[in-house]
Design a binder for this molecule. Structure first.
Ligand code: AMP
Length: 329
């Protein structure tokens, strides 16, 4: 995950809950702060990286990632990622990068390009166009067998497999081909109904206190048909209802669905049912976050320990890689 700072409900349901589940199910998990990746789209954003890293890792730990079970580290602290990236770039044909749909979409969203012609894509920086190769190195260096990602990242794992296959074909079997663990993650709506995102200023932060969660969600957009309390609405057209789907029991969903369609409950009453669950869900995180914020050295210590464990695995892989490629190990 790129260090964009504090995390919100979208990160929680789109990624973190799944990570916490995996830490108990998988043999070994590596979760890292993708700080080099920030520079692929924001090469000037250097001032915020450090603080954002600490805030993000604090949230990871608050959500329940356990450094005794998983390896948590900063990408830039394990230089072997960069070395592998360099070697993988030698075996990656440029057309594989130019046709990548996710890179194009991201570049369009950022306003870096308007269309998707090859000519336009070739105006992007070398680092941005090639970030899926860096991502492949991030995965392959741990000889990962599976990578948990959202749907939009699936083309990158496919590329990782293609690169691994090509490398193994040229130099001998060094890497397993990682599987994509696509998780059914809800797209969490923000307060204005668009996707919850830091840049849209529509987020409920994991560190918002209960009063703030209540204040924000009480004002969350609902079905625009319900102008007056007596106007019936349609839950399927209501952004807030998408949060009910995540948080509420089947009985509560049934109750608010009928209440909305018959106008027997108002939007605020309806949202309060969901808000209670959100606050309950966030409260253990606040308790875990408190000691971490009082003593930020614990986060740095987690990152330092993780770095050592990650480096040991990464260096072992690189020894095999260098040997396979014919370089001094
Ligand atoms: P980002 O910080 O936007 O790069 O997102 C990091 C991770 O959180 C990715 O796996 C996203 O898919 C997930 N994520 C971010 N925002 C949302 C959202 N509103 N709904 C669901 N997942 C999200």
């Amino acid at each position: 995950m790129r260090p964009t700072g504090r995390l919100h409900l979208g990160h929680l349901h789109g990624a973190l809950r799944n990570w916490v589940r995996l830490q108990d199910e998988a043999d070994r998990c590596f979760f890292f702060v993708a700080d080099w990746h920030v520079l692929t789209t924001k090469p000037e954003a250097t001032e915020s990286i450090e603080q954002n890293t600490v805030e993000m890792v604090t949230d990871w730990l608050a959500v329940g990632l356990d450094p005794d079970k998983v390896v948590i580290f900063r990408q830039s602290a394990v230089k072997q990622h960069a070395e592998l990236h360099l070697l993988l770039s030698m075996v990656t044909p440029t057309p594989w990068l130019i046709r990548n749909p996710t890179v194009k979409e991201q570049a369009r969203d950022l306003g870096l390009i308007r269309g998707e012609s090859e000519q336009e894509v070739l105006t992007l920086s070398y680092g941005l166009l090639g970030y899926p190769v860096l991502q492949s190195a991030d995965v392959l260096i741990y000889r990962a067998t599976a990578v948990p990602v959202g749907e939009d990242q699936a083309p990158h794992i496919e590329l990782t497999r293609e690169i691994a296959r090509r490398f193994n074909h040229l130099y001998g079997p060094v890497f397993p081909e990682p599987q994509t663990l696509v998780t059914e993650a809800p797209r969490v709506p923000g307060l204005d109904g668009r996707k919850m995102s830091k840049s849209f200023h529509n987020a409920v932060w994991l560190r918002d206190p209960p009063e703030e969660v209540d204040r924000k969600l009480s004002r969350m957009m609902t079905d625009p048909r319900r102008v007056r309390r007596s106007d019936p609405g349609e839950p399927e057209d209501c952004p807030a209802f998408r949060l009910h789907r995540i948080y509420c029991t089947a009985e509560e969903i049934d109750f608010v669905t009928r209440g909305c369609r018959s106008a027997s409950i108002g939007c605020l009453e309806c949202k309060k049912i969901m808000i209670r669950h959100v606050i309950e869900d966030l409260s253990p995180m606040a308790a875990r976050r408190q000691p971490l914020e009082a003593e930020p050295a614990r986060v740095h210590e987690t990152l330092r320990e993780g770095q050592e464990r990650a480096q040991a695995v990464a260096e072992a892989t690189m020894k095999d890689v260098r040997q396979a490629v014919g370089l001094p190990a």
